[in-house]
Design a binder for this molecule. Structure first.
Ligand SMILES: [Zn+2]
Length: 354
């Protein structure tokens, strides 16, 4: 909920743009006062938009009330902080529960009615509490399977009541069948090398279809953990030229490499996010909210963040171009130093190209 705790003032044009796209990342940063109705709303309020000339922005509900405005009954703008705390609390409860908690229990924990809590949770995460719990179980099962435990163990460990439930839930969701995941790349040959770059050593790994892993400060062991059954071949003649091209792109990010083939698998949503990442022009950045919107799911901000984090191919799928909504550089799997350097290089290359 980082976006909800920000207090930096924002200009009216940015505020109005956030209102127009009902960007919930801005909830809590200001309220929209409507001078004709004397009501104020959170930026994401679902009510029809007022005319711009009737709008005045306030940094808080208290300021709006001081001007004689009343809070909107629909979006409850004064509850932003309370909602954020409630959602955090419930996410913790879902993560630590053995069995999936019922909506009524979760709502009681948050101190809301079930229907109101369902709306609050969905607005914050893009998923209902039940869908969130389901996504979490899938993620855990996939992690357990790629770490090499047996299908059945992984399924029970992840909180499913049995394998058939898991396959029901997973059908059509994975690029590979569950057994291929368990087999950790069985029958697949992966060529790899660790190349030196000015940003540090980088693991380059590829199947005959394309690059399957590109990661800083990793070696054969990390690759083996991801693809325990694959045949790993170090170097190789045909592979050397591909690895050289990849390193060129890492040294000069944003200056080509779009034609380098990739071999990645994810859920439909993850793959969509990865495609959207590749559409961000070099030298530019996006927030998670913008990324989710670009993928056609403006409310799935948190899921967009997870998909970004699940990216296996650094730089070529430029997850480093996603920054925090307040403009701060934000986290990166390989450290913020590398991220900042990649963004700097892209910004310079883009400036030179103009
Ligand atoms: Zn409202």
């Amino acid at each position: 909920m980082e976006a909800m705790t920000l207090t930096r003032p924002i200009d009216a044009a940015t505020a109005w743009a956030a209102v127009k796209r009902r960007d919930r990342a801005f909830d809590g940063r200001f309220v929209t006062g409507v001078l004709t109705t004397r009501i104020y709303c959170r930026p994401s309020c679902a009510a029809r938009h007022p005319a711009r000339e009737n709008v005045r922005f306030f940094v808080s509900g208290a300021e709006a009330r001081a001007e004689g405005l009343r809070p909107c009954k629909r979006c409850l703008p004064d509850d932003v902080a309370r909602d954020a705390r409630a959602v955090e609390l419930v996410i913790d409860a879902i993560r630590s529960a053995e069995e999936q908690p019922r909506l009524a229990e979760l709502a009681a924990l948050a101190g809301y009615s079930p229907s109101h809590f369902q709306r609050v949770f969905t607005r914050a995460t893009g998923l209902s509490p039940a869908a969130y719990a389901r996504a979490l179980r899938e993620e855990r099962a996939r992690n357990a399977m790629s770490a090499g435990s047996s299908v059945t163990d992984a399924i029970y460990d992840a909180g499913y009541s049995g394998p058939s439930r898991f396959y029901d839930a997973m059908e059509g969701r994975l690029g590979m069948t569950p057994s291929a995941w368990v087999n950790g790349g069985k029958g697949v040959t992966i060529s790899w090398t660790v190349a030196e770059t000015s940003l540090g050593p980088i693991l380059v790994a590829a199947t005959d279809k394309g690059v399957c892993r590109l990661s800083f400060n990793e070696g054969e062991e990390a690759l083996r953990a991801r693809f325990p059954q694959a045949e790993l071949v170090e170097g190789g003649k045909d592979f050397a030229s591909l690895a050289r091209r990849v390193v060129e792109v890492v040294e000069r990010p944003g200056t080509g490499g779009d034609d380098i083939p990739l071999d990645v698998k994810g859920t439909a949503f993850q793959e969509r996010i990865w495609q959207e990442l590749r559409r961000i022009p070099p030298g530019e950045t996006r927030s998670y909210a913008e990324l989710a919107a670009a993928a056609g799911k403006p409310k799935a901000v948190r899921a967009a963040g997870s998909a970004n984090g699940a990216n296996n191919v650094a730089v070529l799928i430029p997850c480093h171009r996603v920054v925090r909504s307040d403009g701060a550089v934000g986290g990166y799997a390989y450290g913020t130093e590398i991220k900042r350097e990649l963004l700097d290089r892209e910004a310079k290359a883009a400036a030179k190209a103009e």
